[in-house]
Design a protein around this ligand. Structure first.
Ligand SMILES: O=C(O)CCC(=O)CC(=O)O
Length: 262
């Protein structure tokens, strides 16, 4: 557990391994989660992989929830944290809004990016109407009022039926986020569009999506992957929007193979 003052906020992070290890993966969390979602994957990755985990602005123990921010701020936070730790180059792996951030890091600082792993994400996620409706619902009823619907998109019916304790835990993770930080992140996603960046990506890219992802379904992720030169798409069976939680072994296996590829 470590903290750093970055871009005027306190960022909560954890560096597990060496900052300039040959295989360093910088993970970025999704809306309504914190960096603990990556721990099941870290457990499967093996000793030769170092990881940087952090809670994005407005989430977890990182500050900034009560100030205005957009996708550029989330991108700048990740770049500043990486620089703060003396990391020269890494694999960036982002889930959903974390994948938008990874695309933004490529756009702004391609020199930092060795490879990109884009999980359950796209160049543009959702529509202005759906994000505005979600922001309105939070203003009226708080995060609790949207939590059951979110869980339907995050996890498969099998997860709901067979892993009820974990479901309850991750639901609590979501509802304990700052409502302001969550809503501002919704607006940041609404206004983010990296469509013009996809064709410029010249590092290896792995796109991953759960076959039952209710937030960024396979056809949405495929449409993004199809526009990235040479990108490889993998669909994980029996998986919703959060593969690092629902199918961590499968995701870790895909990442290991991706890291080994030249
Ligand atoms: O997960 C994200 O970062 C954004 C996509 C989304 O809408 C997730 C959800 O369904 O709550």
């Amino acid at each position: 557990m470590a903290f750093a003052k970055i871009n005027g906020i306190t960022v909560h992070y954890e560096l597990l391994g060496e900052a300039n290890a040959k295989n360093l993966v910088v993970f970025s969390n999704s809306l309504g989660t914190d960096f603990r979602i990556w721990l099941p994957v870290f457990d499967e990755l093996g000793d030769d992989v170092s990881v940087l985990l952090y809670d994005s602005r407005g989430h977890g123990l990182t500050g900034g929830a009560d100030t205005a921010f957009g996708i550029d701020d989330l991108v700048d936070d990740q770049i500043a944290l990486v620089e703060h730790l003396g990391i020269k180059r890494a694999v960036f792996c982002g889930l959903s809004v974390g994948g938008l951030v990874a695309q933004g890091v490529w756009k702004k600082r391609p020199d930092l990016v060795k490879k990109l792993a884009l999980c359950d994400t796209a160049a543009k996620i959702g529509t202005a109407d759906t994000w505005n409706a979600r922001i309105d619902a939070i203003a009226k009823g708080g995060l609790e009022s949207i939590a059951d619907n979110v869980m339907q998109r995050w996890f498969t019916p099998d997860f709901h039926a067979e892993r009820a304790d974990e479901l309850a835990g991750y639901r609590t993770m979501m509802t304990r986020q700052s409502a302001a930080g969550y809503a501002t992140t919704c607006a940041a996603i609404r206004d983010a569009d990296f469509s013009d960046v996809l064709e410029t990506i010249s590092v290896p890219v792995l796109c991953v999506v759960g076959d039952q992802d209710g937030s960024t379904p396979p056809d949405v992720v495929k449409a993004t992957a199809d526009r990235i030169p040479g990108a490889h798409l993998e669909i994980i069976d029996g998986c919703g929007h959060i593969p690092c939680v629902e199918q961590p072994e499968d995701l870790a296996g895909l990442l290991q193979r991706f890291l080994k590829k030249a």
